[in-house]
Design a binder for this molecule. Structure first.
Ligand code: ACO
Length: 322
């Protein structure tokens, strides 16, 4: 499998830490030192579908394929307005594709899970071109009265087009279920047969310190596994693209791996945690800036609610955005 196109989109509204102090008992100093976040983008007038469509079109355009040439469409998403139809179905109608499509909820690790599904389809010749879209609006599942969670997230979408090729060197997924560490619950209707009393939505609940610990531990282990499988050392990796959850998590992983800061590009300072969209947005930015050279070795690692994790090593093929 190789990536032949990338795209991304973020909301136009940028919200600084200072702006949050108007209604939350927090400070720029607390947020920036504990998380590295300075601003985040938040959906206001646009909808998540708009970002998703923009990111998808940009990925298709850079891959130089038409929507008709997509054979399968995977959308990684935790939550959006529609429970059904899937977000992938909504987006594919908007872009004019007729490929089979499905949503996948792998929380913040959804991009790596999607890469694995796509690889299986390509390896078994069930598809030639696959579109992977990660579109997330985590700002809509936080309780904005709770400073512990609401300051951490931002909205965004990132997409890639993949086809057969020699880019993917190794991939590893894990799940160690612990639903109490991070969860978000939605209300279901009562039936005549089961009355649960007042069934209510529960915005994101997170044990921050536990997530922090699990993230650092799992990411380091996963990266070791994929680098060993791919036969590359950390010195040979050009960039480590880590899920953008917290700058201190990224720093802790970097210190374990003992590689220079320049190898760990970030955008969390500008976008906050955009869940599964964070790695494809970062990938799109680096690729369009020309920072990813032909055959560059990339190590990807993400972790999220579940607790699920995924990592991969890829050899990059440059993309022409003209
Ligand atoms: N502003 C000011 N103070 C705050 C805020 C805030 N926004 N949030 C918490 N505090 C306070 C707490 O109330 C606490 O006060 P106390 O000492 O008086 O009790 C103090 O700051 C310290 O809180 P901690 O939770 O101990 O702070 P910590 O250093 O652990 O940082 C954080 C918290 C940033 C959440 C960190 O634990 C973290 O990043 N964890 C990982 C989170 C993460 O990656 N989530 C992504 C999940 S991925 C997914 O799938 C959704």
């Amino acid at each position: 499998m190789k990536i032949i196109g990338t795209g991304s989109a973020v909301p136009s509204k940028s919200v600084s830490n200072e702006m949050l102090t108007g209604f939350l008992n927090t400070s720029d100093e607390w947020i920036s030192t504990r998380t590295g976040i300075r601003t985040r983008r938040i959906l206001t007038n646009e909808k998540l579908e708009d970002l998703a469509v923009d990111a998808t079109r940009a990925a298709l355009e850079s891959a130089k394929i038409s929507p008709d040439e997509v054979d399968f469409f995977i959308c990684s998403n935790v939550s959006n307005n529609y429970v059904t139809p899937s977000l992938s179905a909504i987006v594919q109608e908007a872009v004019g594709s007729h490929a089979p499509c499905i949503d996948l909820n792998g929380a913040c690790a959804g991009f790596i899970y999607s890469l694995d599904f796509a690889d299986a389809y390509l390896q078994t010749d069930r598809a030639k071109n696959i579109l992977i879209l990660c579109a997330e609006e985590p700002t809509r599942f936080c309780d904005w009265h709770q400073r512990e969670t609401s300051v951490l997230f931002g909205d965004g979408a990132g997409a890639v087009v993949v086809t057969k090729g020699d880019g993917l060197q190794s991939l590893h997924l894990t799940a160690s279920p612990d639903k109490d560490v991070i969860y978000y619950k939605r209300r279901l209707e009562n039936t005549p047969y089961e009355h649960r009393g007042v069934d209510v939505d529960e915005p994101l609940v997170m044990q921050g310190r536990e997530v922090f610990r699990m993230a650092v531990e799992s990411s380091q282990k996963d990266l070791d596994i994929v680098m060993t499988k791919a036969g590359v050392t950390s010195e040979q990796v050009d960039y480590f693209l880590l899920h953008q959850a917290n700058m201190r998590i990224i720093k802790a992983i970097r210190e374990q791996i003992k590689q220079p800061e320049e190898k760990f590009p970030t955008n969390i300072e500008r976008y906050g945690n955009t869940s599964s969209a964070s790695i494809p947005i970062l990938l799109d930015e680096l690729s369009r800036e020309g920072k990813l050279k032909q055959d560059a070795i990339l190590a990807l690692s993400a972790f999220g609610a579940g607790f699920v994790t995924g990592a991969a090593v890829m050899k990059w093929n440059t993309i022409n955005y003209d």
